[in-house]
Design a protein around this ligand. Sequence first.
Ligand SMILES: [Zn+2]
Length: 333
Amino acid sequence: MYSKIEELVNIDYNDRAIDHLYRAARSLTKKPIIEEIADEILKIPAGRFIFLSTGSVTRTWVTPRIGETDGPLGTAVLAKRIREITHAIPVIVTEASLLDSISAVVQCAGLSVVTVEQAKAAQEKEKHGQTSVACLIPFTEDNAEGEAEAHRLMCEFDPAFVMCVEKAGFNENKIYHNMRGHDYSPGRARVDYLVEEAKKRGVYTVGVGDGGNEIGMGAIVDAVRKYVKYGEECQCGCGGGMAAVTATDLLLTASVSNWGCYAICAALALKCEKAAWAHNAKDEARMLNVAVQAGMVDGATGKSETTVDGFSLETNCAIVEFIRMMVARKIGK
Ligand SMILES: [Zn+2]
C-alpha cells in the first residue's frame, strides 16, 4: 500500500517529469520512500525539537510577503501529526517575511503557534506532549551568514530531525532558481546551510520536492539535469542549471509537495494503524482557504485563489480523499 500511495502522488499530472525524478529517488531506498520516512519519524524521541522548513516567497519584486500555497499546508499537517505521535515539538523554519502567513496555516492545522520561549516551557514541563504547540523562526537570507546561523540554531534547539518541504535549494553556484531557470535568490532563506550543518552532526534529514530546484534534490541531481527543463542550463547566466545540489538522507518527490506530506501522514497512519491520522478533504479545504486569506498565492499562476501549483481545490481534495480511502481500506476501519 505504501508504494501505491507514493505512486499516486508521483503521476506526472502536469508534465514536469516527476515520474522520472520519482524513479531516481525510489532507486535509492530499499523500502517505499514514505515507509522509510515514517520509520525515521517514529524514532524521534519524545520532547525533542524538530526543524521543519518550508515557505517559498514569490514575486519578491512586489513584496517578500507573498508566499506559495504549496509547502506550508503539507508541512503544517505533518507537524500536527508528528507532535501527536512522537511528542516532539515542531519548529517551523522559514523566511521572516512569511512568518505571519505560515503561522495562520499552522494554527489552522490544529497547532497553537507559540513563541520560542513558550515552546521551550512546553519542552521542559510536559513529558507527554499534552499541548499541541509549534513555533516559527526565521532563517537568514544572506549566504555569508548561513553557516554561523545554522550553527547557532542547531546548538540552541538540538533538533532530532530536520525536514524541508518545497524549500528552494541553491545550485552549485549558490544561486536559487525558479522552474523557468531564472535567479530568484533575493529574499530567500538560505536553509541549505541548516541542512548541511544537520548532516555534519548526524541529524537525520528529509527533503520533499516537486520540481528539482528544492533542497533534497541533490540526491538525484543527475536525473534533474537530464529530465527537467533548465536543470542543466538555466536562463540567469550563472553557468549552472536550476538543479538544487543540497542532498538529504531521504528524498520524497511528488507532483505537488503538499501531497508528498499527505502521503507521509498516510504512511504514519498505516504504521500505527490509525486511519484518522491520514489527512482529510474537509481539513484540506479549510486550510487552503485560510492560506489564501493569509496572503498566499498559487505559485504556478500567481493568483490569490484556492489552488496549489495550478491544481484546483477539488483536485487537491480528491487526492487527499484517495489517499485516505487507501489507508482506511488497508487498516479495515
Ligand atoms: Zn543560473
